[in-house]
Write a protein that binds this ligand. Structure first.
Ligand SMILES: [Zn+2]
Length: 113
């Protein structure tokens, strides 16, 4: 079975020649996981067991979200996300009003450190 990206509206597939790398949710970091859940529009009470199975492709992250790889390494599959990386919030979709401010707030708090 071919795995697809679980980001809403994204149909990138995790196939051998995919230009995208696929990344798991940060299950050990509860605060960070909550942020991913908010960004993807998943219900906050979704069980961790279910969240563990979700994958988000590299299209939703910026280059800064990945650990730098050796020069010349073009293997996208080997890309490793930084521990603090969060998928980019959806831009083409109406975000419910109670969610949008909280994402913005958490993002801001993170930047402050
Ligand atoms: Zn995707």
């Amino acid at each position: 079975m071919v795995r697809t990206c679980d980001y809403p509206g994204c149909s990138n597939k995790d196939v051998a020649d995919s230009p995208q790398s696929f990344h798991r949710f940060p299950v050990t970091d509860v605060a960070l996981r909550k942020l991913w859940v908010l960004v993807l529009g998943i219900h906050v009470d979704t069980k961790v067991e279910k969240i563990k199975k979700l994958r988000v492709c590299s299209a939703h992250f910026s280059d800064d979200d990945f650990l730098s790889t050796c020069p010349g390494q073009r293997q996208m599959k080997k890309r490793i996300l930084k521990k603090s990386a969060v998928p980019a919030p959806q831009v083409n979709k109406t975000v419910t009003t109670d969610r949008a401010p909280s994402i913005t707030k958490i993002m801001r708090d993170r930047e402050r450190g």
